[in-house]
Design a protein around this ligand. Structure first.
Ligand SMILES: C[S@@+](CC[C@H](N)C(=O)[O-])C[C@H]1O[C@@H](n2cnc3c(N)ncnc32)[C@H](O)[C@@H]1O
Length: 285
């Protein structure tokens, strides 16, 4: 079993990890909302464009893209988790958008009906391919020549106060994990030289990588430190680290997480910690 940069077992997005993301969708989406908003603004979609949202999760960004490309365009959310795709489809039909659809597929290998598209987009959905070079070559095949890709990927952990705070507590109780920084996981594309390499070998050019920093509500908007600590212990990679831990150790980690988040708590807003992502733009050549 491979490990990710945060030292835990690789995510099973098609199974349990996808279901955990869905069960905590509002917390996860509000936590990364500022980065989605920045990436959508950066992408500047226009009416008439046909866009694929890679690793679309619960579909929040896909629906926003659908609005931006209307009239005449379309937004297709692709995700490997059948549970998330089912939920995203339900969410879309609650609105009135006919130009949004969701497809359950592995974006690293699937051919998506409607290809080639004008644009690809992904907020944190492109770092989990077991074979990243092959996965990026498949993304290139989804695009028209000259088509544009816009990705948000996490900058290195040491530049992300939110994960340093969480992993500091975990390391205190469970030790410092040994990791391969490029193994599939949230921080697999943190090295910008590696991102350029991946894009170039997949026939992308005009690569631009822009840093974006923000405060993020860890545990979701409005969460108390205790709620956020409970959420983190059950739903991020911390959950997998604690899987086999005795209950007393689990409780000690939760108490320490709450104490570590407390100084960052702003009533009504949540536990605001720094987050840094790369906004990556390139063109298919
Ligand atoms: C961190 S979540 C981000 C979800 C969504 N983009 C958002 O910002 O709300 C990563 C998403 O990528 C999806 N994913 C992981 N590997 C994938 C693959 N090979 N093909 C398609 N989706 C994948 C997961 O199922 C998950 O929904």
């Amino acid at each position: 079993m491979s490990t990710s940069e945060d030292g835990m077992h690789a995510e099973d997005w098609a199974g349990d990890t996808g279901r955990i993301w869905l069960a905590n969708l509002q917390r996860f989406e509000t936590m990364i909302q500022p980065i989605g908003a920045a990436l959508l603004q950066h992408a500047a979609f226009k009416p008439g464009e046909h866009v694929v949202d890679i690793g679309c999760g619960g579909g929040g960004t896909t629906i926003a893209i659908g609005r931006a490309v209307s009239p005449g365009g379309s937004a297709t959310g692709v995700d490997i988790s059948a549970d998330l795709i089912w939920s995203a489809g339900t969410r879309a039909t609650q609105g009135t958008q006919s130009d949004v659809r969701f497809v359950c597929a592995d974006a690293a290998s699937a051919t998506i009906t409607g290809a080639p598209f004008d644009r690809l987009f992904s907020r944190f959905g492109s770092m989990f391919f077991p074979d990243a070079p092959a996965g990026f070559r498949n993304l290139r095949r989804m695009l028209k020549d000259g088509g544009r890709i816009d990705l948000a990927v996490w900058a290195p952990p040491f530049e992300n106060a939110w994960i340093m705070t969480i992993m500091g507590v975990v390391a205190k109780h469970l030790g410092q994990p040994q990791t391969d920084p490029r193994a599939p996981g949230p921080f697999a594309l943190a090295d910008t030289a590696y991102v350029r390499e991946l894009l170039e070998q997949a026939q992308f050019g005009s690569i631009e990588i822009t840093p974006f920093e923000t405060l993020m509500p860890v545990g979701g908007a409005g969460a108390t430190p205790e709620e956020a600590a409970e959420f983190v212990s059950k739903s991020l990679s911390v959950a997998r680290a604690l899987e086999a831990a005795p209950e007393a150790l689990r409780q000690a980690v939760i108490a320490d997480l709450a104490a570590a988040l407390e100084p960052h708590h702003v009533p009504g807003k949540g536990n605001l910690l720094g987050g840094k992502a790369w906004l990556v733009t390139a063109r298919a050549v």
